[in-house]
Design a protein around this ligand. Sequence first.
Ligand code: APR
Length: 229
Amino acid sequence: MLTDHVRQECFSSGHLAKIIDNKDILASVKRIAAIKTDIVMGNTNNYDKLKMNNSIAVIQGDITQQKVDAIVNAANNSLLGGGGVDGAIHKAAGSELLKECRKLNGCATGEAKITKGYNLPAKWVIHTVGPIWYGGSQGEDESLASCYRSCLEIAQQQQYQIKAIAFSAISTGVYGFPVERAARIAAREIQRFLESNNSLEQVILVCFSKSSYDSYLSAVNQMSERQLD
Ligand code: APR
């Protein structure tokens, strides 16, 4: 993803092209490294000529406060609320959210359903149900991957006009999924989606704790380095 943007937008006409022209290789390597870091941190709006269709950002924060089009809730099969991020989202959204969830008849693990956001800054909440971790031999990886695919499939639907979406760290709390493993799955599935869809302009991974943030940022970094190889 990065090499395509660098090749298309910077080498041809922008600031980077001038650096290359006067053969300042060290400056150009530093510039590309800066581009990669900004992509990972989602700070892509300060590029000359680098028009990013989409990028993955990792932040530490409270997903209920994110001013995006949709937030992703780590729910349970009943969709009737709970603790953790599910409890926080229902509390912030207000009672109307639970009323709408009651009409959805639950949600299978690995699948997702969308509701309005009500009192949340986000217009939509996409509820997905991650797998409970039983040690890795019960198809947990695939179920978690399916959560990301199901949410992104809903997010790209024209009717919702979703350009920016924020994910919580699905299954890594009460459900006990190992954080680094979950982060790699999240980064991989989101990247695969962004490579073949440009309906989203930004995907944000919102981590509540510093340790979770470090794991997800590392996973996104490692994935973008693989893109450069
Ligand atoms: N904003 C962002 N992330 C949060 C917030 C918040 N306000 N609150 C908690 N988190 C983080 C947790 O720290 C964890 O990293 O969300 C991640 C997912 O943890 P859980 O909320 O426990 O979700 P999960 O592990 O998928 O378990 C789902 O827990 O809350 C119940 O009803 C839910 O039964 C379901 C189960």
